[in-house]
Design a protein around this ligand. Structure first.
Ligand SMILES: [Zn+2]
Length: 342
């Protein structure tokens, strides 16, 4: 009998008999957190209170401590798992495998002694090594419809560096994005020898310090509330200011502004305001890259995640059509019989 696999109505990816990934499930003694983005931390407090253990990488734990507060993990027991290392629980082996997404992101593989294998990709972008030959693979579906295909074949990093360098000649540049993506931009700039000060509010600085401790090259960071940071921003001196996307409407209105987002497929860069551009830097695979992962992974069956975005249905149909692999979206809001398919 293959290991059971499904996605609950509340977004928990259930692998085998014991594991729930990325949302709370009262029937499972183990919770895995694949990475520190909010839509993968669903019900974390309840999991900490009621599960035997909550598993994640050290980097993910460090990021969550910054984002959710240092006492978050006092509620329960956690175990840090390195990539490629396994733990045994109730005759099943659980392994975290690196996903190319944000710092600490992992795919999850559950196997039993009979050689049955089920896995969940978590969020991932291209150059993530596929988990091969699973009985059932659960795959993220963020860009799960065929039109979500990037039509440009251009090095976004180079474009981003040249745009920012050009704007630094006349003063500061504000970059808006989500946690993880902002730190990726910092690393891209430092790797391209952009040495101007990086200015940011406290939360983003704390997240960035975690990224530095885990090996990312972000250089020196300046707090926007420090005298030095205030002066750089108020006098429009050359520096890059990093802010969360939700501050876009209220901060740096008169400055040069760049928003980094994967939700653009036609152009690598487009103007969205007077001095504001969107750059299509994504931390998710586009539609073609999702299909390519599954092609290389060669699973017997696929479940697409229809909880975090609503493209799971389309992706499942396309997987079946293009690869001949049985696939369905879960949870299926049109169908009450969620568990009977596989
Ligand atoms: Zn994510």
């Amino acid at each position: 009998m293959p290991l059971r696999t499904s996605i609950s109505d509340r977004g928990a990816i259930l692998l085998g008999n014991s594991v729930a990934c990325d949302a709370f499930d009262e029937t499972r003694p183990l919770r895995v957190v694949t990475h520190a983005h909010a839509d993968h931390l669903v019900g974390l407090r309840r999991s900490l209170k009621s599960c035997e253990k909550v598993l994640m990488t050290k980097a993910t734990k460090d990021l969550i401590e910054v984002l959710k507060g240092p006492r978050t993990f006092n509620l329960g027991t956690t175990e840090q798992l390195e990539y490629g290392k396994s733990i045994e629980y109730n005759n099943e082996q659980i392994t975290l495998i690196k996903a190319n997404h944000i710092l600490g992101a992992a795919q999850v593989l559950v196997e039993n002694k009979k050689g049955n294998r089920v896995a969940y990709t978590g969020d991932f972008k291209n150059r993530t090594k596929p988990i091969e030959d699973c009985d059932t693979l659960v795959v993220e579906a963020t860009y799960g419809i065929p039109s979500f295909k990037r039509s440009f074949n251009l090095d976004i990093s180079e474009l981003l560096v040249s745009m920012i360098e050009k704007r630094l000649r006349t003063g500061n540049v504000y970059v808006f994005g989500y946690y993880g993506k902002l730190q990726e931009v910092m690393q891209i700039l430092r790797s391209a020898h952009v040495h101007v000060p990086f200015v940011m509010p406290e939360r983003i600085l704390e997240v960035s310090e975690v990224c530095k401790r885990h090996g990312m090259n972000l250089g020196d960071l300046t707090l926007s509330s420090d005298n030095n940071g205030k002066e750089l921003l108020e006098k429009n001196l050359p520096c890059v200011a990093f802010y969360h996307m939700n501050k876009r409407k209220s901060i740096g209105i008169e400055s040069s502004r760049i928003c980094v987002s994967g939700w653009e497929f036609r152009l690598p860069c487009k103007q969205i305001g007077r001095k504001e551009h969107l750059v299509a830097l994504s931390d998710h695979s586009d539609f073609e890259e999702l299909i390519e992962y599954i092609r290389r992974s060669k699973p017997k069956k696929v479940i697409t995640d229809n909880y975090r975005v609503k493209h799971g249905d389309v992706l499942a149909k396309e997987i079946h059509k293009r690869l001949g692999i049985p696939a369905r979206a879960m949870p299926n809001r049109n169908c009450k019989q969620l568990t009977s398919f596989f």
